[in-house]
Design a protein around this ligand. Structure first.
Ligand code: CP
Ligand code: NVA
Length: 310
């Protein structure tokens, strides 16, 4: 039986395929309860801290609302309002916060900050996005795909664009779940080779195929799902102009999606830039499931919180 009590959630790599599948099933069950109006409050009396060094709409709101719905409480802690912004060591903050809180979510730049926090905290630490990974988003993404397609194993997910945190977590998550993942990025913006190597290693056991290419047309062929993300992630804003040039041929638009399966789904973690990484016709079109996907952040994270802190 799967038991995740007390665990951290830093990267999907730390979780077995069974554990990830368990979280997805639990998310679907918790979503069903919520839709039926059932009161489900296994986290009564528990408090989750939410540390943000970067902006957020979905992550903040879904964690706050999720804790409330589960009977607990969430504290929004912006970097500038806590002593972290004035240089208090993460190790001290981790130990102090562990005396008050039952769990800590952090959104930060360097992934080493997440690791450092988890190392010194005695309560579960959840990665709410680092430059390396965005595992909470990917739980919701594969939940969405599973709900829509009725299976995951053997599906083909194509990610077009920057080899960033999203690309990394989709790669690892896909490999774990037996989803074939193709990534098309321009030269110089490929996913981290070490993440690719790890996902290929995992894929050997699950039968998933990992393809890294510079051709969106080649990648998107027969796709069940097409995913994209912003060209300039948080922290890379000053590269916007040069990235617009580098990514010019990597837009997901009506022309490109013709090469996918006729019943392909379009996903995007949001926020999106219409006219840049995706055309309005695609993101607002009939294949897009972006709002189901955003909603699933709530259900997937409630499952995670119950599993780690319940
Ligand atoms: N997708 C996502 O994490 O959105 P936010 O940056 O709004 O939290
Ligand atoms: N890659 C994006 C994801 C935002 C949810 C970023 O890091 O800004």
């Amino acid at each position: 039986q799967v038991n995740l009590k007390g665990r951290d959630f830093l990267e999907l790599d730390d979780y077995s395929p069974e554990e990830i599948q368990y979280l997805i099933e639990l998310a679907i069950e918790i979503k069903r309860k919520h839709k039926n109006g059932e009161v489900y409050q296994p986290l009564k009396g528990k408090t989750l801290g939410l540390i943000f060094e970067k902006s957020s709409t979905r992550t903040r709101v879904s964690f706050e609302v999720g804790m409330y719905q589960l009977g607990g409480h969430a504290l929004f802690l912006s970097k500038n309002d806590i002593q972290l912004g004035r240089g208090e060591p993460i190790s001290d903050m981790a130990q102090v916060m562990s005396r008050y809180l039952d769990g800590i979510m952090i959104r930060t730049f360097g992934h080493d900050n997440v690791v450092e926090l988890a190392r010194y905290a005695s309560v579960p630490v959840i990665n709410g996005l680092s430059d390396l990974a965005h595992p909470c988003q990917v739980l919701a993404d594969y939940q969405t795909l599973y709900e829509q397609k009725g299976k995951l194993k053997g599906l083909k997910l194509v990610y077009i664009g920057d080899g960033n945190n999203m690309a990394h977590s989709l790669l690892i998550g896909g490999a774990k779940l037996g989803v074939h993942v193709s990534i098309a990025s321009p030269a110089g913006y490929e996913p981290d080779p070490s993440v690719v190597a790890v996902s290929r290693e995992i894929a050997k056991q699950t039968g998933s195929e990992i393809v890294i290419t510079q051709s969106p047309q080649e990648a998107v062929k027969d796709a069940d799902a097409i995913y994209t993300d912003v060209w300039a992630s948080m922290g890379f804003e000053e590269e916007q102009k040069e990235r617009e040039l580098a990514f010019a041929d990597f837009q997901v638009n009506e022309e490109l999606v013709k090469l996918a399966k006729p019943d392909y789904l379009f996903l995007h973690c949001l926020p999106a830039h219409r006219g840049e990484e995706v055309s309005a016709g695609v993101i607002d079109g009939p294949h897009s499931v972006i709002f189901d996907e955003a909603e699933n952040r709530l259900h997937a994270q409630k499952a995670l919180l119950v599993a780690l802190m319940g």
